[in-house]
Design a protein around this ligand. Structure first.
Ligand SMILES: [Zn+2]
Length: 240
């Protein structure tokens, strides 16, 4: 089981760990602890390097398999044996852009729910761009500017972003979490990680975010599309 270091410190760029398992077929290294985000919830997996036994391995991406995070290796250098100490380093430029983008998505969700009562149904992101789907029947072109102004006002308001890990029963009593489909969480999950933009948005979420909305930069609403009468997809870019 890999300890997920990014869950409690999303700013950790490098870390020490020990190889816990090897997957020769997939050229992947599992560690006892890792700061690499393995992908999920619309946020792409981290890439970077692992140094072990004098070899620097390029990690294409991390991937969760069961309770372990595996780090998928590029090239054909021999893999380190279980028990080998390693030093991990994230591609921080990419990861930090994803943290800003991911937080921008939460600002968008929070504003759209607060101002229009529309719930989010899904989303996807790349560094500095993302898209989110809403049940938002009244969305139309004239709202684009109002939404863009409202989200940038919230970014500028410098809301702190708080992360808590709560027992399942306690998380299920938070009314704001119900609307983000917390009830879809698998039965076996006993702890729920909760990400809150204080005063704006609260979600059950495993991803990485910045600590304050002021780090996001400027958000542009670049496009939107109707995916049926009710479902609307909104596209954003983050700059600055
Ligand atoms: Zn999130």
């Amino acid at each position: 089981m890999t300890q997920l270091l990014y869950q409690t410190d999303s700013y950790m760029q490098s870390f020490d760990a020990v190889v816990s398992a090897i997957d020769e077929e997939n050229r992947a290294i599992a560690l006892d602890r890792s700061a690499f985000y393995p992908g999920g919830g619309g946020q792409p997996a981290d890439s970077g390097t692992l140094e072990a036994g004098g070899i620097t391995y390029t990690i294409k991406r991390a991937r969760k398999m069961g309770d372990d995070v595996f780090h998928i290796v590029e090239g054909d250098a021999p893999l380190p044996s279980p028990g080998t100490p390693v030093h991990g380093q994230l591609d921080w430029e990419k990861r930090y852009k994803l943290m800003r983008t991911h937080t921008a998505m939460h600002v968008l969700c929070g504003v759209i729910f607060r101002d229009y009562g529309a719930s989010v149904t899904g989303g996807d992101m790349d560094p500095l761009q993302g898209r989110m789907d809403f049940e938002f029947e009244t969305m139309h072109k004239d709202l684009v500017q109002a939404i863009e102004e409202a989200i940038n006002r919230e970014v500028a308001a410098a809301h702190p972003v708080k992360v808590d890990i709560l027992p399942r029963e306690q998380a299920f009593q938070i009314p704001d979490l119900i609307r983000t489909k917390i009830n879809l969480l698998p039965e076996g999950i006993q702890q729920v990680r909760v990400v809150e933009i204080v005063g704006l948005d609260l979600q059950a979420d495993g991803g990485t975010h910045v600590a304050n909305t002021s780090e996001v930069g400027r958000i542009r609403v670049v496009d939107y599309k109707s995916k049926g009468k009710i479902n609307k997809r909104i596209y954003v870019e983050v700059t600055g």
